[in-house]
Ligand binder design. Structure first.
Ligand code: BEZ
Length: 397
């Protein structure tokens, strides 16, 4: 049985500066094998990414429940923090889970800026850390670390094929619009790389601060520029508003809108007609014709009375990775070297299709081209087979 202890209170804990500095790698104190394995969830449960955090937790719990509710024969206890998608609170929140709650595994987050705070703490403390969404390139790039694994994607991955797709449709001049923070900026950089290589040109980069949703002035600017197409990165509540505002501004039928697939993940019901026909690239699609995807989606719908999305898949895969690795070490989560070795060689039989870790600890995975049809992200094809993040600056492996 999985027990939950909810510690979502505001910050009241601060690690003395340098307490963790200089800690040797993997310094976990030995705990009795009979003790519960403590999982620390650092996810957004409020704000524009709240729904994403819940979907990740749901997916993780579903995998663990299906696996018998234990990890390597040991019971599991959850500790939770609402990270509010606020990077300024990230290191305090991560330190609180590690030093007060003494979690064995730190799991989070959704927001790239928050994840970078977690990675800093993970590198200093040696705590085993799993990233079930945030794409911050550096986490599996220059700041990669033996004890940090990502079960989702790098920001570079989902949009890299989009430029080629758009150029293939005859679009030569595009505008890119996004939030001004790591995920938006890195998505833009990756899109630009792919689009330029395919002969296109990004004629204007438009930003607004995260999580601002006042799109009107920027939509007016797009209308004045009249590009061949628009590409974007938005997710969660912001994605709902952007897609609706784009259509309401009369742009949808004049300037085709494309996106990193997060644009239409978990939000199609709220976007309604405004999302129909949008084309995006992502490492998952609802309609993937795989037995694993179908059984996952029906179990998820039955358990949570909600449709699964990419976030729940990433949470589910985090659970599968834990089950596999901790099963191999018979629950000895303190033996981080052995856990790391097991995670490095894990093969995840995911609803998104089978995937493995790259040397930098990021999934090597297919990226799908999808189109919204009748409220569903329909697979049009594989935009890029087994795409591996370039992991620039990572010294692992
Ligand atoms: C990010 O901040 O990395 C992110 C947030 C939502 C969806 C995808 C990426």
């Amino acid at each position: 049985m999985i027990k939950t202890i909810n510690r979502a209170g505001r910050r009241e804990f601060m690690l003395a500066a340098g307490a963790l500095a200089g800690a040797s790698f993997f310094p976990k104190p030995a705990r009795a094998q009979s003790a519960k394995i403590k999982l620390g969830l650092m996810l957004p449960y409020s704000g524009t990414f709240a729904q994403l955090g819940t979907a990740i937790e749901n997916g993780l719990r579903l995998a663990l429940d299906q696996g018998g509710g234990k990890l390597g024969g040991r019971e599991v206890e959850f500790f939770k923090v609402d990270d509010e998608s606020d990077p300024s609170k990230a290191t305090d929140n991560a330190n609180r889970l590690i030093t007060r709650d003494k979690v064995d595994v730190l799991i989070g987050s959704v927001h790239s800026g928050v994840a970078m705070g977690m990675v800093k703490v993970a590198r200093e403390s040696g705590t085993l850390t799993l990233i079930p969404n945030a794409g911050a390139d550096a986490a599996t790039g220059p700041l990669c670390s033996s004890n940090v694994f990502r079960t989702s994607f790098s920001n570079w991955q989902p949009v890299h094929p989009l430029g080629k797709v758009m150029a293939g449709k005859g679009h030569k001049k595009a505008v890119f619009i996004t939030w001004k923070y790591a995920a938006g900026e890195e998505s833009l950089a990756s899109f630009k790389e792919g689009f330029t290589a395919a002969g296109g040109e990004v004629v204007k980069e438009l930003f607004l601060p995260f999580p601002n949703v006042e799109f009107q002035a920027l939509l007016t600017e797009i209308a004045a520029i009249k590009p061949d197409a628009v590409a974007c990165f938005f997710a969660g509540g912001g994605a709902v508003k952007f897609v609706k505002d784009y259509a309401a501004a009369g742009l949808k039928d004049k300037i085709p809108l494309y996106g990193s697939g997060f644009l239409t993940e978990g939000v199609l019901a709220a976007q309604g007609e405004a999302a129909e026909g949008l084309m995006t690239t992502l490492h998952y699609a609802d309609s993937l014709d795989l037995p694993r995807n179908k059984s996952f989606r029906s179990a998820y719908a039955k358990t949570y009375k909600a449709e699964a999305d990419v976030y729940s898949v990433q949470g589910y895969d985090t659970g599968l990775l834990l089950i596999q690795a901790l099963g191999q070490v018979k629950g000895d989560v303190g033996n981080i070297k052995a856990v790391v070795t097991a995670m490095e060689s894990a093969v995840i039989d995911s609803p998104r299709g089978q995937w493995k870790m790259s040397k930098a600890h990021n999934p090597v995975q297919d990226i799908y081209l999808r189109r919204v049809e009748k409220g569903d992200n329909k697979v049009i094809g594989v935009a890029w087979k087994a795409l591996e993040d370039p992991a620039r600056g990572c010294k692992l492996g």
